[in-house]
Write a protein of this length. Structure first.
Length: 338
């Protein structure tokens, strides 16, 4: 097939998206596909551009607001119909954050009538809104930590959740804008900082335990992985900088717990109406109880990302994983056209 890989965008996860897209493009070529790589800001990427992205990795710090404002956002739908690309069978959406993951781009691609990988507009928007996600988790019988939706005063948060407490953007990814407040002073500082996020804020009860993650491809769960971060929480630095987290696949946990986490992951995936692939993150407390933290409709696909590692633990190479995702999108196109 001829596959167009869409990457980049103008969200604060642009660097992660470019790294993901470059890795996916190479993997799809290894799987036998003809690939066109597209940065939705810069346009078509040549081989040297892709190589530089793969070798550069992800910076320690995300791009600044000033840097993002300087970019021309472009539109994926215009690029999807560009005659320069030629006929494309399937678009692999390797965009993260912002309009690339909140359903905006997916809606535009639907309007353009092109086939693309991953969840549609509804699934993406449900997964991106962490407060809505948590409500749907509970309705589906998937345990999730208690929370308070902002804006809320420090007194309200402490009364409801105590300390420590997680403060995070309700519509973000890659663990950006994630703060663990241990006391009132840190909570006051986190609330003050959150005023600059231009986003709904979520306060969540902190649960100490083991951080575990489950990838879902199609309707099947991959082997469970454990994340052991160098920092106190699995933040942006730990996620994308080599050596900042130990990631164990498969996780060294009892088979019964692994199976339970896999069942909950598939249930969470279905509750948010996700499709093709996702990654569901959990904390398992000291009593062995799993708590779902969030679902990722467009999980990272860099060489250091969790979903490819889960795939390898299940005997699925990275090129095969990308090929499966493209195959799911193509089959959906065929079924809709018959």
């Amino acid at each position: 097939m001829r596959v167009g890989v869409l990457m980049g965008g103008v969200s604060d996860e642009r660097a992660v998206s470019l790294a993901s897209g470059a890795e996916v493009a190479r993997a799809l070529r290894e799987a036998g596909h003809e690939v066109v790589a597209v940065d939705t800001v810069r346009g078509l990427l040549c081989d040297d551009d892709e190589r530089a992205l793969r070798e550069g990795g992800v910076d320690v710090n995300p791009p600044s607001a000033h840097e993002l404002r300087a970019l021309d956002p472009g539109t994926a739908v215009t690029l999807a119909r560009s005659p320069e690309l030629g006929p494309i069978d399937v678009y692999f959406v390797a965009l993260h954050g912002g309009s690339g993951e909140d359903g905006t781009i997916q809606g535009l691609l639907d309007s353009a009538g092109v086939a693309y990988t991953g969840s549609d507009r509804l699934g993406c928007s449900l997964a991106m809104d962490k407060e809505v996600s948590k409500r749907l988790f509970r309705q589906a019988g998937v345990p999730t930590p208690d929370w308070v939706k902002g804006p809320a005063s420090a007194d309200e948060v402490v009364r409801a959740l105590g300390f420590p407490v997680i403060v995070k953007a309700a519509s973000g990814g890659s663990s950006l804008r994630l703060i663990l407040a241990h006391d009132r002073e840190e909570l006051d500082d986190a609330i003050a900082e959150s005023l600059d996020w231009d986003d709904l804020v979520l306060f969540e009860r902190y649960i100490a335990g083991r951080e575990l993650t489950v990838g879902v491809v199609g309707d099947a769960a991959l082997p469970v992985g454990e994340i052991i971060p160098a920092n106190e929480i699995f933040d942006y630095e730990c996620k994308y900088q080599p050596g900042m987290a130990e990631e164990v696949f498969p996780a060294d946990i009892p088979p019964e717990l692994a199976q339970r986490l896999q069942r909950l992951a598939v249930r969470a995936h279905a509750a948010l109406r996700l499709r093709d692939y996702s990654r569901i993150d959990f904390i398992v407390d000291e009593g062995g109880v799993p708590w779902c933290l969030e679902a990722n409709a467009a999980p990272g696909m860099t060489s250091n990302s969790l979903l490819p590692k889960a795939g390898r633990a299940g005997g699925i190479s990275f090129p095969e994983l990308c090929d499966r995702v493209v195959g799911l999108a193509y089959e959906r196109l065929r079924s809709h056209s018959t």
